[in-house]
Design a protein around this ligand. Structure first.
Ligand code: ADP
Ligand code: MG
Length: 225
């Protein structure tokens, strides 16, 4: 896929988590929409990245061992000026410490329904695709559906329909109806990726934010064998 996996396995034969930008490029090869992200290695480059993206922005700490960023104060949403971005970077760096090796700057995505799309290499079934209720409370609610790729066109719809949170996508109690077709495209893209690339042993898009305007992944992790 765009040579990304081959190149990375040549450089890191033991396998590893891809860095954020590489993971986003790999997903892009499969038509999976991710939020525009610019990597930064300090407060000044974060502030400059924010101007390029357009304020307000989201600043997120990154680091090879940083998994639950918001648990350690590593996600700040809605920073309105370059100064605020630089200050937020310094605050994160001092509270997180050396586990933070850099950051990414993203546009603020409008609020929507947060869905998780995941993939694991199961020892018996091979690649397994999971869709569920996403966001920081995903583990708490344990609302998931699973399929073994390849996915047929109806599988993406069925995986969504099986979720207890499915009504949140279709106007539950006066909420807006969100773009379920865009969510299905994201799921189908992940299905193709898992089918094509057995080297991908773990993949986590959490959350994919689904709004009336589309579906975009704002937090992505991909691990190679
Ligand atoms: P982590 O899972 O490591 O804590 P995330 O990147 O998933 O960090 O961010 C945590 C939460 O912050 C998300 O569930 C979402 O609610 C919000 N968030 C993250 N990125 C954005 C963004 N670009 N726009 C709007 N909200 C975001
Ligand atoms: Mg996340």
């Amino acid at each position: 896929a765009c040579g990304i996996v081959e190149a990375d396995l040549t450089r890191h034969p033991g396998g590893r988590w891809l860095d954020y930008g590489t993971a986003a490029r790999l997903l892009g090869c499969y038509g999976i929409q991710t939020a525009e992200s610019i990597e930064a290695d300090g407060p000044d480059s974060a502030a400059a990245a924010a101007v390029m993206i357009g304020l307000p922005v989201v600043l997120k700490a990154t680091g090879p061992d940083l998994v639950h960023k918001s648990d350690v104060g590593g996600v700040r949403v809605g920073l309105g000026t370059p100064d605020e971005v630089g200050r937020a970077y310094r605050e994160m760096a001092s509270s997180i410490g050396p586990a933070m090796t850099g950051a990414v700057v993203q546009p603020v995505i409008e609020a929507g329904v947060e869905i998780i799309i995941g993939g694991v290499a199961h020892e018996a079934f091979g690649p397994l695709l999971m869709v569920g209720m996403g966001g920081v409370t995903a583990e708490l609610l344990a609302d998931h559906s699973f399929r073994v790729p390849p996915l047929g066109d109806q599988d993406t719809a069925a995986m969504i329909a099986e979720l207890r949170c499915a009504p949140l996508l279709t106007g539950y109690r006066g909420r807006p109806c969100v773009d379920v077709a865009a969510l299905r495209k994201q799921i189908a893209g992940v299905g193709r990726l898992l089918e094509d690339l057995p080297e991908v042993v773990e993949l986590d898009l959490n959350p994919v934010i689904v709004t009336p305007a589309g579906a975009v992944a704002v937090d992505v992790r991909v691990r190679l064998a």
